[in-house]
Design a binder for this molecule. Structure first.
Ligand code: SR1
Length: 356
């Protein structure tokens, strides 16, 4: 046999061997039995305390998209800021005996007994924006201490440590409390970084409108304010509208949290006071929550803290890159797109099988 033919055969054998190895690796992934019965699809209950605003709507869309891709069902229960209703919905959801429970925006004192009850009944729980006393129940969040740190540091450095701040936040919501912790450190660190006033109240279906009224009053009473820090975009939207209404766009700038199509429009409009926001895409964040729940159903031991990394988005960046909506933003900033978190090989295989 000529040396060329020997070489050719060797290459063919090596290619076939590598293809064989790849095939074996794919076949090696085992989808857990619970996901293999089309007559009895996996059911996930998503129990949420609040529903106001664009973040919450896009989060739900993300959760539903991931469930659909995996061929499972998801049912939303939303208490719309009513604690008694939240407890009722937690009870109802557990009674339905879903395969897993995702709990969002509860406080520990309220949700802990129901988490313990569900886990004891064999229903694995995962949480979003909730602090839990359990080593097996994961806490998914957008790394809110980091959000508070990165946002406030950005403002403090931009203003050389000198600013008169109108602070927009609401106590009692876990992500907002964590962001506040980091913010307080900057007030301590920079003595001329001063909080002049604070407003913030949650109104289901109306936080932005209520905030607008309160910010108009605060800015009128405190004409020295030159910075607004808003720890939630519904608060920021109210502030932007108030500043526009008072014609203070050149004097008072807004720095906030969260992103949505509407936020991008507000940030890029002519003479917008909204300078920067720090965010994850709630769509992708919710998909992580669903995959983490699916992982627990499949028997995986998941990380206690599942942190989705936030990204700083400035008005300047949006304008320079002609970004007008979230889809375009993800192209310009791919770190905001689909997360790698909780993509266990068998969950990927489940998505591929379901796509066929
Ligand atoms: C009232 S809590 C609002 C926050 O929940 C999510 O973490 C979003 O980022 C939003 O800012």
């Amino acid at each position: 046999m000529s040396s060329f033919r020997k070489y050719f055969l060797l290459v063919v054998v090596l290619v076939l061997a590598s293809v064989g190895t790849l095939t074996f690796a794919q076949d090696d992934v085992v989808i857990p039995d619970r996901f293999n019965n089309p007559d009895d699809p996996v059911e996930i209950a998503l129990v949420r305390f609040i529903g106001d605003g664009a973040f919450m709507a896009r989060y739900l869309a993300g959760a539903e998209s991931q469930a659909e891709e995996l061929g499972i069902n998801i049912t939303e229960y939303n208490a719309r800021n009513d604690q008694a209703q939240f407890v009722t919905l937690l009870e109802q959801a557990i009674q339905q005996q879903p395969d897993a429970l995702i709990i969002s925006h509860g406080t520990t004192d309220v949700v802990q007994p129901y988490i313990d009850q569900a886990e004891a009944a064999g229903i694995p729980v995962v949480t979003f924006d909730t602090v839990v006393n359990s080593n097996v129940v994961p806490e998914i969040e957008q790394d809110d201490l980091l959000i508070g740190f990165d946002l406030t540091r950005y403002v403090a450095i931009e203003y050389g440590g000198n600013a008169n701040v109108l602070y927009l936040n609401i106590a009692g919501f876990p992500p907002l409390d964590k962001r506040d912790r980091s913010y307080q450190n900057f007030l301590w660190r920079y003595p001329n970084f001063v909080q002049v006033a604070q407003v913030g109240v949650y109104v289901e279906g109306g936080t932005a409108a209520e905030t607008q009224t309160r910010v108009e009053a605060a800015l009128t009473e405190n004409p020295d304010i030159n910075v607004v820090i808003a720890m939630w975009d519904e608060l920021a939207k109210g502030a932007v509208r108030a500043i526009n209404q008072l014609g203070l766009q050149d004097k008072v700038k807004v720095y906030a949290v969260d992103i949505s199509d509407e936020n991008i429009q507000l940030m890029i409009e002519d003479n917008s006071p909204w300078e920067a926001t720090i965010a994850t895409d709630p769509y992708s964040t919710a998909r992580v929550a669903v995959r983490t729940a699916v992982a627990r159903i499949g028997g995986e031991t998941v990380s206690k803290y599942v942190l989705i990394e936030p990204t700083l988005i400035t008005r300047e960046f949006l304008l320079e890159n002609n970004v007008t909506n979230i889809d375009e933003l993800i192209v310009a900033l791919p770190s905001l797109g689909e997360s790698d978190l909780s993509w266990y090989p068998w969950i990927r295989a489940l998505a591929e099988r379901n796509a066929q």
